[in-house]
Design a protein around this ligand. Structure first.
Ligand SMILES: [Zn+2]
Length: 415
């Protein structure tokens, strides 16, 4: 056919010309060697493994919807420590404390049963432990929520600290969440939150955006909480509503129904209710606004820069969680004790706390500097040790279980 014949002829001519060109080029090599210039400035490329990308993916599957605070796209740059050497700090004027009258109950607040109060408690243990950080010891603020570097998206650090970064915003270690105090002989009420001891008048701030659903005394018919602000947040977790609660306030600065942004002042630290010293009691409630629905806030607040969280579970030979077990964290390098706590206590009397939906833990250590640690407990006379590497901005999980063999310590690798 004429058309095919023409095409074949054309291709043959093209091939001959090409072959001739190659022969000619090889016979006349370029005198100057060709130099491949690599551009010094390369176009930025999306790194599929960057932790911001991982985060977006992780939180996207857990949040309902995402918190309104945007995840920073740029790398975190620690602020300069300009305040560290500043000795000319202006003294804070004495605060005029005013207790705002409680807002009238309205339809926003759901009726809840009065919490079951244990009669074992003799009060809170804060008097001797008002640990406030001097202004000179300023440190970088917590990363902006939500954030987690856990590649599996198990973390849900959706809340900020409820007090300023130069206040004491670390949890009191002698009465951690889920514990009944340091003295087994005279146990306190199971702790449904964490305590941040601070002087009266320290500003208490919203841990996230939302709506004030309680502002004043008489919270859920419990005098123990003193003046309370409670926020129902605009975002949830896996379809469940989130609440945060701030108790023992000396002054309440918001009213019921008020819209609140992350960091807005809610009130001032005080010692109203059942306390033995001024502090803010901070609770996270998930799913329901009731006493029985509290979870460990250390697993919901963004860790400080350079720090992470250890969550763990002490179990018996049958794999069942053990209560009230002493657990200690040692710095693997120095051998010094970093923190100690006890595993959660469950009394099945209506005042119990909950293990986290992600971790199923029964103890947590918050604000642990990045590094390698030994987590130690004693189960029926057997010393159990696990080595744990703490990474910044994420939770590391460990399980402490007795050995079946006669070994007295878990085999551990060298540091
Ligand atoms: Zn408390």
């Amino acid at each position: 056919m004429r058309r095919d014949g023409f095409s074949t002829f054309f291709l043959v001519i093209l091939g001959l010309v090409g072959f001739g060109l190659i022969v000619w080029l090889n016979a006349h090599p370029d005198q100057s060697p060709s130099i491949i210039v690599i551009p010094t400035v390369q176009q930025p490329t999306e790194d599929a493994n960057s932790w911001q990308t991982v985060l977006r993916v992780g939180f996207g599957s857990n949040s309902t919807p995402l918190p309104t605070v945007a995840i920073p796209t740029a790398s975190f740059v620690p602020p300069t420590l300009a305040n560290s050497s500043d000795t000319n700090l202006t003294p804070i004027a004495p605060l005029q404390l005013t207790v705002v009258a409680p807002a009238q109950p309205n339809s926003v607040v759901t009726a809840t049963p009065a919490p079951t109060l244990s009669t074992q408690s003799t009060g809170l243990p804060v008097t001797a432990e008002v640990v406030t950080r001097p202004p000179a010891q300023w440190q970088p603020p917590a990363l902006i929520p939500p954030i987690s570097r856990d590649p599996f998206g198990r973390d849900h650090y959706v809340f900020a600290r409820p007090v300023d970064s130069n206040a004491n915003n670390e949890a009191l270690l002698s009465y951690t969440f889920g514990t009944n105090g340091p003295d087994a002989e005279t146990p306190w009420r199971i702790h449904t939150g964490i305590d941040m001891p601070n002087p009266i008048g320290q500003t208490v701030r919203a841990a996230g955006t939302g709506t004030v659903i309680w502002a004043g005394p008489g919270f859920q018919d419990s005098p123990s909480y003193g003046n309370v602000v409670e926020i129902q947040h605009d975002f949830g977790y896996k379809g469940q509503v989130l609440y945060t609660l701030y108790a023992h306030l000396s002054a309440v600065l918001v009213t019921q129904g008020q819209r609140i942004n992350l960091g807005d002042p809610l009130g001032l630290v005080g010692n109203t209710g059942r306390v033995s010293g001024p502090h803010v009691h901070f609770e996270v409630r998930v799913g329901e606004n009731r006493y029985r629905a509290t979870y460990n806030p250390l697993l919901w607040m963004v860790p400080y820069v350079g720090r992470g969280v250890i969550a763990g579970r002490v179990v018996g030979p049958n794999g069942i969680g053990l209560q009230d077990q002493n657990v200690t964290v040692l710095d693997n390098r120095t051998g010094l004790v970093v923190q100690s706590t006890t595993s959660y206590v469950y009394l099945d009397n209506g005042s119990d706390v909950n293990s986290d939906p992600s971790w199923k833990e029964n103890f947590v250590f918050g604000d642990i500097p990045v590094g390698r640690y030994q987590v130690i407990t004693n189960i029926d006379g057997q010393r159990v040790v696990q080595k744990v590497d703490v990474s910044e901005g994420m939770t590391t999980f460990t399980e402490l279980a007795p050995h079946q063999s006669s070994a007295t310590e878990t085999p551990t690798d060298s540091p």
